[in-house]
Design a protein around this ligand. Structure first.
Ligand code: FAD
Length: 466
Protein backbone atom coordinates (compact mmCIF):
# COMPACT_ATOMS: atom_id res chain seq x y z
CA UNK A 1 0.00 0.00 0.00
CA UNK A 2 2.81 2.34 1.07
CA UNK A 3 6.25 1.16 2.34
CA UNK A 4 6.08 3.04 5.64
CA UNK A 5 2.51 1.88 6.27
CA UNK A 6 3.35 -1.73 5.39
CA UNK A 7 6.36 -1.76 7.71
CA UNK A 8 4.34 -0.38 10.65
CA UNK A 9 1.55 -2.90 10.05
CA UNK A 10 4.02 -5.79 9.86
CA UNK A 11 5.61 -4.82 13.14
CA UNK A 12 2.14 -4.56 14.78
CA UNK A 13 1.28 -8.00 13.39
CA UNK A 14 4.41 -9.46 15.01
CA UNK A 15 3.57 -7.83 18.35
CA UNK A 16 -0.05 -9.05 18.24
CA UNK A 17 0.95 -12.61 17.22
CA UNK A 18 3.24 -12.65 20.24
CA UNK A 19 0.40 -11.47 22.53
CA UNK A 20 -1.80 -14.20 21.02
CA UNK A 21 0.77 -16.93 21.68
CA UNK A 22 1.10 -15.74 25.29
CA UNK A 23 -2.69 -15.17 25.64
CA UNK A 24 -2.15 -11.53 26.64
CA UNK A 25 -5.34 -9.40 26.37
CA UNK A 26 -4.20 -6.18 24.68
CA UNK A 27 -5.86 -2.80 24.13
CA UNK A 28 -5.36 -0.17 21.45
CA UNK A 29 -3.56 3.02 22.48
CA UNK A 30 -3.48 5.95 20.06
CA UNK A 31 -2.50 8.86 22.26
CA UNK A 32 -5.92 10.47 22.77
CA UNK A 33 -9.56 9.61 23.35
CA UNK A 34 -13.02 11.13 22.98
CA UNK A 35 -14.49 8.50 25.30
CA UNK A 36 -15.43 9.71 28.79
CA UNK A 37 -14.41 6.66 30.82
CA UNK A 38 -11.17 7.22 32.74
CA UNK A 39 -8.73 5.13 30.71
CA UNK A 40 -5.70 3.31 32.08
CA UNK A 41 -3.33 1.33 29.85
CA UNK A 42 -0.72 -1.26 30.82
CA UNK A 43 2.45 -0.91 28.77
CA UNK A 44 2.81 -4.71 28.58
CA UNK A 45 -0.80 -5.13 27.37
CA UNK A 46 -1.23 -2.47 24.71
CA UNK A 47 -0.56 -1.84 21.07
CA UNK A 48 0.53 1.71 20.24
CA UNK A 49 -0.83 2.87 16.87
CA UNK A 50 -0.03 6.58 17.32
CA UNK A 51 2.11 6.66 14.15
CA UNK A 52 -0.68 5.26 11.96
CA UNK A 53 -1.85 8.82 11.37
CA UNK A 54 -1.42 9.36 7.63
CA UNK A 55 -3.78 10.07 4.78
CA UNK A 56 -2.48 7.49 2.28
CA UNK A 57 -4.21 8.41 -1.00
CA UNK A 58 -7.15 10.28 -2.49
CA UNK A 59 -8.92 9.15 -5.65
CA UNK A 60 -10.87 12.12 -7.02
CA UNK A 61 -12.51 10.10 -9.81
CA UNK A 62 -13.84 7.44 -7.43
CA UNK A 63 -14.32 10.08 -4.67
CA UNK A 64 -12.58 8.03 -2.00
CA UNK A 65 -9.76 8.51 0.47
CA UNK A 66 -7.59 5.78 2.03
CA UNK A 67 -6.53 6.60 5.58
CA UNK A 68 -4.75 5.13 8.56
CA UNK A 69 -6.88 4.80 11.71
CA UNK A 70 -5.26 7.49 13.83
CA UNK A 71 -6.09 10.29 11.38
CA UNK A 72 -8.25 12.84 13.23
CA UNK A 73 -11.26 14.47 11.61
CA UNK A 74 -9.66 17.91 11.12
CA UNK A 75 -6.66 16.40 9.31
CA UNK A 76 -8.95 14.26 7.16
CA UNK A 77 -11.19 17.19 6.22
CA UNK A 78 -8.20 19.46 5.45
CA UNK A 79 -6.76 16.77 3.16
CA UNK A 80 -9.97 16.14 1.20
CA UNK A 81 -11.03 19.82 0.97
CA UNK A 82 -7.93 20.42 -1.20
CA UNK A 83 -9.78 18.39 -3.83
CA UNK A 84 -13.18 19.97 -3.20
CA UNK A 85 -14.40 16.85 -1.38
CA UNK A 86 -15.45 16.01 2.17
CA UNK A 87 -16.46 12.84 4.06
CA UNK A 88 -20.26 12.52 4.18
CA UNK A 89 -20.25 12.06 7.98
CA UNK A 90 -17.79 14.22 9.94
CA UNK A 91 -18.15 13.83 13.72
CA UNK A 92 -18.04 17.31 15.20
CA UNK A 93 -15.01 17.02 17.50
CA UNK A 94 -11.87 17.49 15.37
CA UNK A 95 -9.79 15.07 17.49
CA UNK A 96 -12.06 12.05 16.86
CA UNK A 97 -10.02 9.60 14.78
CA UNK A 98 -11.35 7.56 11.88
CA UNK A 99 -10.47 4.27 13.64
CA UNK A 100 -12.13 5.41 16.87
CA UNK A 101 -15.13 6.65 14.87
CA UNK A 102 -15.67 3.23 13.25
CA UNK A 103 -15.14 1.36 16.49
CA UNK A 104 -16.97 3.95 18.59
CA UNK A 105 -20.05 4.37 16.34
CA UNK A 106 -19.46 8.05 15.58
CA UNK A 107 -22.31 9.82 13.79
CA UNK A 108 -23.34 13.33 12.85
CA UNK A 109 -26.19 15.51 11.61
CA UNK A 110 -25.90 14.00 8.09
CA UNK A 111 -26.39 10.49 9.54
CA UNK A 112 -30.11 10.32 8.70
CA UNK A 113 -28.86 9.85 5.10
CA UNK A 114 -25.52 8.08 5.54
CA UNK A 115 -25.69 6.35 8.94
CA UNK A 116 -22.66 6.17 11.24
CA UNK A 117 -19.09 6.66 9.97
CA UNK A 118 -18.72 2.86 9.62
CA UNK A 119 -21.56 2.98 7.04
CA UNK A 120 -19.56 5.39 4.85
CA UNK A 121 -16.51 3.18 4.26
CA UNK A 122 -15.90 0.66 1.46
CA UNK A 123 -13.43 -1.59 3.22
CA UNK A 124 -11.55 -1.89 6.48
CA UNK A 125 -8.23 -3.70 7.03
CA UNK A 126 -7.98 -5.50 10.37
CA UNK A 127 -5.17 -7.25 12.19
CA UNK A 128 -6.98 -10.13 13.87
CA UNK A 129 -6.26 -11.37 17.38
CA UNK A 130 -3.67 -13.89 16.12
CA UNK A 131 -1.72 -11.30 14.10
CA UNK A 132 -3.06 -12.13 10.64
CA UNK A 133 -4.20 -9.29 8.36
CA UNK A 134 -7.56 -9.36 6.52
CA UNK A 135 -9.45 -6.93 4.31
CA UNK A 136 -13.17 -6.76 5.19
CA UNK A 137 -15.92 -5.28 3.02
CA UNK A 138 -19.54 -6.06 2.09
CA UNK A 139 -18.03 -8.75 -0.19
CA UNK A 140 -15.13 -10.11 1.92
CA UNK A 141 -15.55 -11.19 5.54
CA UNK A 142 -18.83 -9.24 5.58
CA UNK A 143 -19.73 -10.60 9.02
CA UNK A 144 -16.66 -8.90 10.50
CA UNK A 145 -17.05 -5.74 8.36
CA UNK A 146 -20.53 -5.11 9.75
CA UNK A 147 -20.21 -6.86 13.11
CA UNK A 148 -17.09 -4.99 14.22
CA UNK A 149 -18.68 -1.53 13.83
CA UNK A 150 -19.21 -0.18 17.32
CA UNK A 151 -17.31 -3.10 18.91
CA UNK A 152 -14.74 -0.86 20.67
CA UNK A 153 -11.68 -2.70 19.41
CA UNK A 154 -12.87 -6.06 20.73
CA UNK A 155 -12.77 -7.84 17.34
CA UNK A 156 -9.46 -6.67 15.90
CA UNK A 157 -7.22 -3.71 15.14
CA UNK A 158 -8.01 -1.39 12.22
CA UNK A 159 -4.90 -0.53 10.17
CA UNK A 160 -6.50 1.28 7.18
CA UNK A 161 -9.87 2.06 5.62
CA UNK A 162 -11.30 3.56 2.44
CA UNK A 163 -13.81 6.34 3.13
CA UNK A 164 -16.30 7.63 0.54
CA UNK A 165 -16.37 11.36 -0.16
CA UNK A 166 -18.97 13.85 -1.40
CA UNK A 167 -18.54 17.25 -3.09
CA UNK A 168 -17.81 20.03 -0.62
CA UNK A 169 -19.38 23.48 -0.69
CA UNK A 170 -18.12 26.78 0.67
CA UNK A 171 -20.90 27.30 3.19
CA UNK A 172 -23.67 25.68 5.16
CA UNK A 173 -26.93 27.59 5.42
CA UNK A 174 -28.72 26.84 8.69
CA UNK A 175 -32.39 27.49 9.39
CA UNK A 176 -33.65 27.28 12.95
CA UNK A 177 -37.28 26.28 13.40
CA UNK A 178 -38.50 27.02 16.90
CA UNK A 179 -40.45 24.23 18.60
CA UNK A 180 -42.50 24.12 21.77
CA UNK A 181 -42.84 20.39 22.53
CA UNK A 182 -40.94 17.12 22.29
CA UNK A 183 -43.42 15.63 19.82
CA UNK A 184 -43.17 18.66 17.53
CA UNK A 185 -39.37 18.24 17.49
CA UNK A 186 -39.53 14.54 16.60
CA UNK A 187 -42.09 15.17 13.83
CA UNK A 188 -40.08 18.02 12.32
CA UNK A 189 -36.81 16.05 12.39
CA UNK A 190 -38.56 13.13 10.70
CA UNK A 191 -40.01 15.42 8.04
CA UNK A 192 -36.65 17.01 7.15
CA UNK A 193 -34.77 13.69 7.35
CA UNK A 194 -37.25 12.12 4.93
CA UNK A 195 -36.92 15.12 2.59
CA UNK A 196 -33.18 14.41 2.35
CA UNK A 197 -31.99 17.66 3.99
CA UNK A 198 -28.20 17.77 4.24
CA UNK A 199 -28.05 18.22 8.03
CA UNK A 200 -30.73 17.75 10.70
CA UNK A 201 -30.35 18.28 14.46
CA UNK A 202 -32.36 19.55 17.41
CA UNK A 203 -32.05 21.09 20.85
CA UNK A 204 -34.43 21.47 23.77
CA UNK A 205 -33.69 24.17 26.33
CA UNK A 206 -36.77 23.30 28.42
CA UNK A 207 -39.82 21.07 27.95
CA UNK A 208 -41.47 23.81 25.90
CA UNK A 209 -38.61 25.63 24.15
CA UNK A 210 -36.25 24.30 21.53
CA UNK A 211 -35.19 24.37 17.89
CA UNK A 212 -34.85 21.98 14.98
CA UNK A 213 -31.86 23.14 12.92
CA UNK A 214 -31.71 22.27 9.23
CA UNK A 215 -28.44 22.70 7.35
CA UNK A 216 -28.00 22.98 3.59
CA UNK A 217 -24.66 22.75 1.78
CA UNK A 218 -24.39 25.76 -0.53
CA UNK A 219 -21.96 28.12 -2.26
CA UNK A 220 -24.16 31.17 -1.55
CA UNK A 221 -24.49 33.07 1.70
CA UNK A 222 -28.02 33.48 3.08
CA UNK A 223 -28.67 35.69 6.12
CA UNK A 224 -25.60 36.62 8.16
CA UNK A 225 -22.24 34.95 7.52
CA UNK A 226 -21.21 33.75 10.99
CA UNK A 227 -18.01 32.13 12.30
CA UNK A 228 -17.66 29.88 15.35
CA UNK A 229 -14.03 28.76 15.21
CA UNK A 230 -11.96 31.79 16.26
CA UNK A 231 -11.28 32.77 19.90
CA UNK A 232 -13.40 35.93 19.65
CA UNK A 233 -16.36 34.17 17.96
CA UNK A 234 -19.50 33.18 19.82
CA UNK A 235 -19.95 29.53 20.87
CA UNK A 236 -22.29 27.75 18.49
CA UNK A 237 -24.45 26.44 21.32
CA UNK A 238 -25.01 29.97 22.69
CA UNK A 239 -25.99 31.11 19.21
CA UNK A 240 -28.57 28.29 18.88
CA UNK A 241 -29.92 29.11 22.33
CA UNK A 242 -30.36 32.77 21.46
CA UNK A 243 -32.20 31.91 18.22
CA UNK A 244 -34.54 29.45 19.98
CA UNK A 245 -36.02 32.38 21.88
CA UNK A 246 -36.80 34.42 18.73
CA UNK A 247 -40.22 32.92 18.03
CA UNK A 248 -39.80 32.71 14.22
CA UNK A 249 -37.54 30.77 11.81
CA UNK A 250 -34.08 32.32 11.39
CA UNK A 251 -31.59 31.57 8.59
CA UNK A 252 -27.84 32.26 8.70
CA UNK A 253 -24.74 30.83 6.99
CA UNK A 254 -21.27 29.75 8.05
CA UNK A 255 -18.18 28.39 6.31
CA UNK A 256 -18.34 24.60 5.89
CA UNK A 257 -15.54 23.86 8.39
CA UNK A 258 -17.09 26.15 10.99
CA UNK A 259 -20.26 24.09 10.66
CA UNK A 260 -18.52 20.69 10.76
CA UNK A 261 -16.59 21.51 13.97
CA UNK A 262 -19.17 23.91 15.43
CA UNK A 263 -19.09 22.30 18.88
CA UNK A 264 -15.32 22.19 19.19
CA UNK A 265 -15.34 25.30 21.38
CA UNK A 266 -17.14 24.43 24.60
CA UNK A 267 -17.92 20.76 23.74
CA UNK A 268 -21.61 21.50 23.24
CA UNK A 269 -22.44 23.21 26.56
CA UNK A 270 -20.18 21.01 28.74
CA UNK A 271 -17.45 23.62 29.32
CA UNK A 272 -19.92 26.11 30.77
CA UNK A 273 -19.99 23.89 33.86
CA UNK A 274 -16.30 24.66 34.46
CA UNK A 275 -17.05 28.38 34.64
CA UNK A 276 -19.64 27.78 37.37
CA UNK A 277 -17.29 25.44 39.28
CA UNK A 278 -14.47 28.00 39.28
CA UNK A 279 -16.71 31.01 39.92
CA UNK A 280 -15.68 32.59 36.60
CA UNK A 281 -18.05 34.98 34.83
CA UNK A 282 -19.43 33.23 31.73
CA UNK A 283 -18.95 36.09 29.28
CA UNK A 284 -17.31 36.61 25.91
CA UNK A 285 -14.12 38.19 27.30
CA UNK A 286 -13.41 35.32 29.72
CA UNK A 287 -14.24 32.74 27.02
CA UNK A 288 -11.79 34.57 24.72
CA UNK A 289 -9.02 34.58 27.34
CA UNK A 290 -9.43 30.88 28.15
CA UNK A 291 -10.12 29.83 24.56
CA UNK A 292 -7.10 27.46 24.15
CA UNK A 293 -8.36 25.44 27.13
CA UNK A 294 -11.96 25.38 25.93
CA UNK A 295 -11.45 23.34 22.74
CA UNK A 296 -12.38 19.68 22.82
CA UNK A 297 -8.84 18.21 22.62
CA UNK A 298 -7.90 20.12 25.79
CA UNK A 299 -11.28 19.57 27.47
CA UNK A 300 -10.86 15.81 27.05
CA UNK A 301 -7.44 16.03 28.68
CA UNK A 302 -9.00 17.86 31.63
CA UNK A 303 -11.74 15.22 31.78
CA UNK A 304 -9.31 12.28 31.81
CA UNK A 305 -6.97 13.89 34.35
CA UNK A 306 -9.73 15.11 36.68
CA UNK A 307 -12.03 12.05 36.51
CA UNK A 308 -14.88 14.60 36.52
CA UNK A 309 -16.88 12.26 34.29
CA UNK A 310 -17.66 10.35 37.49
CA UNK A 311 -19.85 13.11 38.85
CA UNK A 312 -21.62 14.58 35.79
CA UNK A 313 -24.19 12.67 33.77
CA UNK A 314 -23.04 12.28 30.18
CA UNK A 315 -24.95 9.73 28.13
CA UNK A 316 -25.96 9.48 24.49
CA UNK A 317 -29.03 7.38 23.81
CA UNK A 318 -30.40 5.99 20.56
CA UNK A 319 -34.13 5.31 20.44
CA UNK A 320 -36.69 4.15 17.90
CA UNK A 321 -39.24 6.87 17.08
CA UNK A 322 -41.95 5.59 19.42
CA UNK A 323 -39.54 5.66 22.37
CA UNK A 324 -38.50 9.29 22.01
CA UNK A 325 -41.34 11.21 23.64
CA UNK A 326 -41.77 8.73 26.54
CA UNK A 327 -38.01 8.90 27.17
CA UNK A 328 -37.98 12.70 27.08
CA UNK A 329 -40.99 12.90 29.41
CA UNK A 330 -39.21 10.52 31.77
CA UNK A 331 -35.98 12.57 31.71
CA UNK A 332 -37.90 15.78 32.30
CA UNK A 333 -39.77 14.34 35.29
CA UNK A 334 -36.86 12.49 36.91
CA UNK A 335 -33.88 14.72 36.10
CA UNK A 336 -35.16 17.98 34.59
CA UNK A 337 -31.80 18.34 32.84
CA UNK A 338 -31.42 20.77 29.95
CA UNK A 339 -30.21 21.47 27.32
CA UNK A 340 -30.73 18.20 25.44
CA UNK A 341 -29.75 17.63 21.85
CA UNK A 342 -29.44 15.08 19.11
CA UNK A 343 -30.11 14.05 15.54
CA UNK A 344 -31.87 11.35 13.51
CA UNK A 345 -29.73 8.45 12.24
CA UNK A 346 -30.19 5.79 9.56
CA UNK A 347 -30.17 2.40 11.30
CA UNK A 348 -27.84 -0.53 10.48
CA UNK A 349 -29.28 -3.78 11.85
CA UNK A 350 -26.26 -5.71 10.54
CA UNK A 351 -24.14 -3.91 13.15
CA UNK A 352 -25.93 -4.86 16.38
CA UNK A 353 -23.17 -3.52 18.67
CA UNK A 354 -23.44 -0.08 17.09
CA UNK A 355 -25.94 2.18 18.86
CA UNK A 356 -28.08 2.45 15.68
CA UNK A 357 -28.05 -1.35 15.25
CA UNK A 358 -31.84 -1.61 15.19
CA UNK A 359 -34.37 -2.93 12.75
CA UNK A 360 -36.53 0.16 12.24
CA UNK A 361 -36.87 3.05 9.73
CA UNK A 362 -35.05 5.84 11.50
CA UNK A 363 -33.51 6.08 14.97
CA UNK A 364 -33.14 9.21 17.06
CA UNK A 365 -30.10 10.15 19.06
CA UNK A 366 -30.39 12.11 22.28
CA UNK A 367 -27.45 13.52 24.22
CA UNK A 368 -28.09 14.11 27.92
CA UNK A 369 -25.11 15.94 29.36
CA UNK A 370 -24.18 18.03 32.31
CA UNK A 371 -26.21 17.28 35.46
CA UNK A 372 -23.97 16.96 38.50
CA UNK A 373 -24.96 14.03 40.73
CA UNK A 374 -23.05 13.29 43.93
CA UNK A 375 -22.10 11.22 45.88
CA UNK A 376 -20.83 8.49 43.56
CA UNK A 377 -23.47 5.94 44.63
CA UNK A 378 -26.23 8.34 43.59
CA UNK A 379 -24.39 9.03 40.32
CA UNK A 380 -24.19 5.30 39.52
CA UNK A 381 -27.86 4.84 40.44
CA UNK A 382 -28.88 7.72 38.12
CA UNK A 383 -26.92 6.22 35.22
CA UNK A 384 -28.47 2.82 35.87
CA UNK A 385 -31.94 4.37 35.86
CA UNK A 386 -31.21 5.93 32.44
CA UNK A 387 -29.89 2.58 31.16
CA UNK A 388 -33.00 0.75 32.39
CA UNK A 389 -35.35 3.26 30.76
CA UNK A 390 -33.39 3.05 27.50
CA UNK A 391 -33.75 -0.74 27.47
CA UNK A 392 -37.43 -0.61 28.38
CA UNK A 393 -38.10 1.64 25.36
CA UNK A 394 -36.12 -0.51 22.93
CA UNK A 395 -33.12 1.82 22.72
CA UNK A 396 -29.35 1.40 22.88
CA UNK A 397 -26.59 3.45 24.45
CA UNK A 398 -23.57 5.02 22.79
CA UNK A 399 -20.65 3.27 24.46
CA UNK A 400 -18.18 6.16 24.62
CA UNK A 401 -19.79 6.98 27.96
CA UNK A 402 -20.08 5.18 31.27
CA UNK A 403 -21.71 1.76 31.35
CA UNK A 404 -23.06 0.42 34.64
CA UNK A 405 -25.02 -2.62 33.38
CA UNK A 406 -24.47 -5.94 35.12
CA UNK A 407 -23.28 -8.69 32.76
CA UNK A 408 -26.79 -10.21 32.78
CA UNK A 409 -28.43 -6.88 31.91
CA UNK A 410 -25.88 -6.15 29.20
CA UNK A 411 -26.25 -9.51 27.44
CA UNK A 412 -30.03 -9.17 27.46
CA UNK A 413 -29.58 -6.18 25.13
CA UNK A 414 -26.73 -7.60 23.01
CA UNK A 415 -26.60 -11.04 21.37
CA UNK A 416 -23.87 -12.96 23.20
CA UNK A 417 -23.96 -16.20 21.15
CA UNK A 418 -23.57 -14.18 17.91
CA UNK A 419 -20.77 -12.05 19.40
CA UNK A 420 -18.88 -15.01 20.89
CA UNK A 421 -19.09 -16.89 17.56
CA UNK A 422 -17.62 -13.88 15.73
CA UNK A 423 -14.83 -13.56 18.30
CA UNK A 424 -14.01 -17.25 17.96
CA UNK A 425 -14.11 -17.20 14.16
CA UNK A 426 -11.80 -14.16 13.96
CA UNK A 427 -9.44 -15.23 16.77
CA UNK A 428 -10.42 -12.35 19.03
CA UNK A 429 -11.03 -14.38 22.19
CA UNK A 430 -7.83 -13.18 23.86
CA UNK A 431 -8.91 -9.53 23.50
CA UNK A 432 -10.98 -7.94 26.31
CA UNK A 433 -14.65 -8.20 25.31
CA UNK A 434 -16.98 -5.24 24.79
CA UNK A 435 -18.66 -5.59 28.17
CA UNK A 436 -15.32 -5.56 30.00
CA UNK A 437 -14.11 -2.58 27.96
CA UNK A 438 -17.10 -0.36 28.47
CA UNK A 439 -18.18 -1.18 32.03
CA UNK A 440 -16.99 1.19 34.74
CA UNK A 441 -15.72 -0.78 37.73
CA UNK A 442 -13.39 1.63 39.43
CA UNK A 443 -14.15 4.82 41.33
CA UNK A 444 -11.53 7.56 40.86
CA UNK A 445 -10.88 10.56 43.05
CA UNK A 446 -12.42 13.53 41.24
CA UNK A 447 -9.96 16.46 41.17
CA UNK A 448 -10.81 19.24 38.77
CA UNK A 449 -7.87 21.32 39.95
CA UNK A 450 -5.44 18.50 39.01
CA UNK A 451 -7.14 18.15 35.61
CA UNK A 452 -6.95 21.87 34.81
CA UNK A 453 -3.39 22.39 36.10
CA UNK A 454 -1.90 19.37 34.31
CA UNK A 455 -3.61 20.44 31.08
CA UNK A 456 -2.47 24.07 31.41
CA UNK A 457 1.15 22.96 31.99
CA UNK A 458 1.00 20.53 29.05
CA UNK A 459 1.63 17.39 31.12
CA UNK A 460 -1.83 15.84 30.83
CA UNK A 461 -1.72 12.45 29.16
CA UNK A 462 -3.56 9.13 29.18
CA UNK A 463 -2.55 6.93 32.13
CA UNK A 464 -0.05 4.20 31.21
CA UNK A 465 1.26 1.92 33.95
CA UNK A 466 4.12 -0.60 33.76
C1 FAD B 1 -20.43 14.94 25.22
C2 FAD B 1 -20.07 14.09 24.05
C3 FAD B 1 -20.77 14.18 22.88
C4 FAD B 1 -20.44 13.40 21.78
N1 FAD B 1 -21.14 13.57 20.67
C5 FAD B 1 -20.80 12.90 19.60
C6 FAD B 1 -21.48 13.11 18.40
O1 FAD B 1 -22.39 13.91 18.34
N2 FAD B 1 -21.09 12.43 17.33
C7 FAD B 1 -20.07 11.54 17.40
O2 FAD B 1 -19.75 10.94 16.43
N3 FAD B 1 -19.43 11.32 18.52
C8 FAD B 1 -19.75 11.94 19.62
N4 FAD B 1 -19.09 11.71 20.77
C9 FAD B 1 -18.03 10.71 20.94
C10 FAD B 1 -17.65 9.68 19.97
O3 FAD B 1 -18.61 9.07 19.20
C11 FAD B 1 -16.66 8.64 20.33
O4 FAD B 1 -16.10 9.02 21.52
C12 FAD B 1 -15.67 8.55 19.22
O5 FAD B 1 -16.16 7.73 18.23
C13 FAD B 1 -14.35 8.04 19.70
O6 FAD B 1 -13.33 8.47 18.85
P1 FAD B 1 -11.81 8.46 19.31
O7 FAD B 1 -11.03 8.57 18.06
O8 FAD B 1 -11.51 9.41 20.37
O9 FAD B 1 -11.65 6.98 19.83
P2 FAD B 1 -11.39 6.37 21.26
O10 FAD B 1 -12.31 6.94 22.26
O11 FAD B 1 -9.97 6.46 21.56
O12 FAD B 1 -11.73 4.88 20.93
C14 FAD B 1 -13.02 4.35 20.83
C15 FAD B 1 -12.85 2.82 20.81
O13 FAD B 1 -12.27 2.44 19.57
C16 FAD B 1 -11.11 1.65 19.80
N5 FAD B 1 -10.19 1.95 18.72
C17 FAD B 1 -9.63 3.13 18.41
N6 FAD B 1 -8.84 2.98 17.32
C18 FAD B 1 -8.91 1.68 16.95
C19 FAD B 1 -8.33 0.91 15.92
N7 FAD B 1 -7.47 1.44 15.05
N8 FAD B 1 -8.64 -0.41 15.83
C20 FAD B 1 -9.49 -0.96 16.71
N9 FAD B 1 -10.05 -0.28 17.71
C21 FAD B 1 -9.78 1.02 17.83
C22 FAD B 1 -10.61 2.07 21.16
O14 FAD B 1 -9.87 1.04 21.76
C23 FAD B 1 -11.91 2.30 21.90
O15 FAD B 1 -12.42 1.11 22.42
C24 FAD B 1 -19.40 12.47 21.87
C25 FAD B 1 -18.68 12.36 23.06
C26 FAD B 1 -19.01 13.17 24.13
C27 FAD B 1 -18.22 13.03 25.37
Amino acid sequence: MNPQHDATVQSLQTQIADYYARKVPFRVYHGSTNSTRVLTFKRSEMVDISTLNNVLSIDTAKRTVVVEPNVPMDKLVNATLKYGLVPPVVPEFPGITIGGAIQGAAAETSSHTYGCVSQTVNWIDYILGDGSLVRTSPEEHADLFYGSAGSYGSLGLITATEVNLVPATKYVKVTHYQISSFSEGVELMKKYANQGSDFVEWYMFSKTRGAVVIGTMTNEVAGRLLRFSRPHDNWYFLYVKSIAAKGKPVTDSMPLKDYLFRFNRGAFWAAEIGFKDYGLPFNRLVRFLFDPLLRTRKLYQVLQESAASQSYICQDIMLPEQGMVPFLDYMDKEFNMYPLGGCPIKPEPRSPLQCNGMDTDLVFNLGVYGLRVEPYEKFVAANRQIEAKTNELGGKKWFYSHNYYSADEFWKVYDKPWYDALRTKYKAVTLPDIFTRTRVTEQYKVSKRRGVLRTVFGIAKLRITD
